[in-house]
Write a protein that binds this ligand. Structure first.
Ligand code: GTP
Ligand code: MG
Ligand code: NA
Length: 417
């Protein structure tokens, strides 16, 4: 398929940065949700994806009077955790994305996981935009709610403005990176753009959204034309095949026994560099001596590609949760068949939390029937259940895909009567 500007998929955009820089809050601000406050300890512990439809982006950026057409159907945003222990999820997020937002707390500057995220993005040559967040905390900041930064900045004193570009640009330089405030940046691509933002006042959000979409459209048409991949498989050499040692010998010689060869299905632990970055449920492919590595890699990319393309282009639909990538894929495949045809707005792997209910609740005002979560082979946290009752979000739980569909269909038919 040739690159085609009229047939683009949504760019996948990963939000990365140090813990508490405001990644989730920024996403809340963009979506009009309140996920952050419901997270346990105020800390993100999973990755999930949500689509911001282009209509939202158009509406949000109208004050910037961007003449250029928005051609992508939306922006598929992946929120990642900033806590140091979740490096595997950050790695996964940076593997999946086309473009990224690196969030920096203006009060703190570059922090350890900012630098770690930066290096992950550099390694993959991923373009990113820096959101210099929490500008509302600057002394004597004058708030213009939801205003584009280019307007808001006119209200600020010279002293406030100077705090945008002094410390942080210098700190990026120390990491070998040229950065510049986006409205001064004449050389995007070589110099990374900084957008000052506030997730609490909404200032700078219009600029950030527009810049992301325009940059993706300008540089990634080929990549965003529907055939392309979004994931890099992990290629590695196996160091050891291990099985648990029988209990009684356990203390003597360590937990595992090593094997040269293993046949048939049993519980095996594979030791190999890089495997800590793998997502639960993804497949293992062995590259034989006469096999082409690139061909095997293409095969391995399949599941994540198909997941990303099955999210509704208008950002309307139910939320879907499953225990592994594989089961999520199966469920999406089923929901996409013409006879079933249930649109999906967002996905999650793992238990359903209160914040997932809040995300699903965003549909209440648009398409009430889609304010629902289909939970396949995962647990629903009690506080999620409670909140769903309060909000009027329906949660359907089953460990057979077809049962989920039956429950959901019965519910929709009930609504129609
Ligand atoms: P992790 O996912 O745990 O890494 O954190 P995060 O980067 O998602 O940050 P989060 O959205 O949880 O925000 C952390 C804290 O900063 C919360 O108390 C937010 O309310 C606050 N916060 C985020 N953005 C802003 C902002 O622009 N201004 C102000 N004043 N506070 C903010
Ligand atoms: Mg977060
Ligand atoms: Na946080």
């Amino acid at each position: 398929q040739a690159p085609n500007e009229e047939n683009l998929r949504s760019p996948v955009c990963c939000i990365m940065g140090h813990v508490d820089a405001g990644k989730t809050k920024l996403l809340d601000c963009i979506q009009g949700t309140n996920v952050q406050e419901s997270e346990a300890g105020g800390i993100t512990q999973q990755i999930g994806a949500t689509l911001i439809p282009t209509d939202n982006i158009r509406d949000r950026t109208k004050e910037l009077k961007a003449g250029a057409k928005l051609k992508v159907p939306g922006l598929l945003v992946i929120d990642t955790p900033g806590h140091e222990s979740f490096v595997n999820l950050r790695t996964r997020g940076s593997d999946l994305c086309d473009i990224a937002i690196l969030v920096v707390d203006i009060m703190h500057g570059l922090e350890p996981q900012t630098i770690e995220s930066l290096n992950l993005l550099k390694m993959r040559n991923t373009q990113f935009i820096v959101a210099l967040n929490k500008v509302d905390k600057l002394y004597s900041w004058k708030v213009s709610p939801n205003a584009p930064m280019v307007n808001s900045i006119k209200q600020q004193s010279e002293d406030v403005k100077s705090q945008f570009d002094t410390r942080v640009i210098f700190q990026f330089k120390e990491q070998g990176l040229n950065t510049e405030l986006y409205y001064k940046n004449k050389n995007m691509g070589e110099t990374f753009s900084i957008v000052p933002t506030s997730a609490t006042t909404g200032e700078g959000i219009p600029d950030l959204l527009l810049l992301l979409v325009q940059w993706a459209q300008k540089t990634m048409v080929e990549k965003l034309t529907y055939h392309d991949e979004v994931q890099g498989p992990i290629v590695t050499n196996i160091k050891a095949l291990l099985t648990p040692r029988p209990m009684k010998k356990y203390r003597l010689k360590g937990k595992y026994m090593q094997h040269k060869e293993i046949k048939a299905a049993m519980s095996i632990k594979i030791s190999a560099p890089g495997l800590e970055h793998a997502v639960t449920g993804t497949s293992l492919y062995v590259v034989g001596p006469n096999e082409d590595l690139e061909h095997v890699k293409e095969k391995a990319k399949g599941p994540m590609n198909s997941i990303m393309t099955k999210i509704d282009k208008n950002g309307e639909g139910v939320y879907v949760h499953a225990s592994t990538l594989g089961s999520l894929e199966a469920l999406l495949e089923f929901l996409n068949t013409p006879e079933v045809n249930i649109p999906v707005r967002g996905i999650g792997i793992g238990p359903v939390h209160k914040k997932d209910v809040i995300k699903a609740g965003a549909m209440l005002e648009k398409e009430k029937e889609y304010a629902a979560i289909l939970a396949f082979d995962v647990k629903v946290k009690p506080e999620a259940e409670e909140h769903a009752d309060d909000l009027g979000v329906k949660i359907f739980i089953a460990d057979v895909i077809y049962d989920l569909f039956k429950q959901f269909k019965a519910y929709i038919d009930g609504l129609k009567e």
